[in-house]
Design a protein around this ligand. Sequence first.
Ligand SMILES: Nc1nc2c(ncn2[C@@H]2O[C@H](COP(=O)(O)OP(=O)(O)OP(=O)(O)O)[C@@H](O)[C@H]2O)c(=O)[nH]1
Ligand SMILES: [Mg+2]
Length: 202
Amino acid sequence: MKQCVIIGKANVGKTLFAINFASYLGISKLEIEFTTPGGEVYRRALPYGEALEELTSDQPHHTLGLQSINIKMPGFKGQKHFALVDTSGLTEGIHGESLVRKAMAQTLAQVRHAQVILHLIDAGSVGKVGTIRAMGEVDWQVAQFGGMRQGYAILVNKMDLEEARQGLVQVRQDFPGHLIIPISALQRLGFAEVKQFVWRHL
Ligand SMILES: Nc1nc2c(ncn2[C@@H]2O[C@H](COP(=O)(O)OP(=O)(O)OP(=O)(O)O)[C@@H](O)[C@H]2O)c(=O)[nH]1
Ligand SMILES: [Mg+2]
């Protein structure tokens, strides 16, 4: 099956985006396939509210493993079937916990199979720093890799926050030449544009 993989640093809103985007595309009960960093696979069905409660957190590295949701996306001409894959957050440097390191390796391996890569950046935190270096080497490297591919977009998240506006300006300066879509995973802003992008590249 074709894959749309959500990637980015820890705590940028990948899981909230995955759940709310699936809901936006008409999925009310989420059938999620979990793959642990060790490769164990299991499935769970979660109602929307429970998924939010259980799978998102303000603490980084809440997601450890892959969480894949099968989506039939309705569109202009029929529908397209794909897996929306939420991944573990990336960090700068080598993380102290081996499970987090393993989960990061799993994330990077998964990206290679993707038709679409949605790279989330937290605009709220970018606003607090000045430069790409301060924002992080990881985002830079993901963009370098993604830039060589067709279905790559940067989603600048948390645009509902006041400080995010400056963050968006900064991301636009630091990542020229990439498609950049401002979104709020929380308020579902920018989702129509993301849907159009995903549709085009599947
Ligand atoms: N205000 C605001 N908060 C958001 C938004 N998206 C995510 N958050 C919050 O940011 C925190 C992290 O969200 P998650 O979706 O768990 O982040 P993640 O990228 O999956 O994090 P890891 O799984 O740890 O890598 C949570 O407290 C979310 O409620 C947004 O668009 N606006
Ligand atoms: Mg997560």
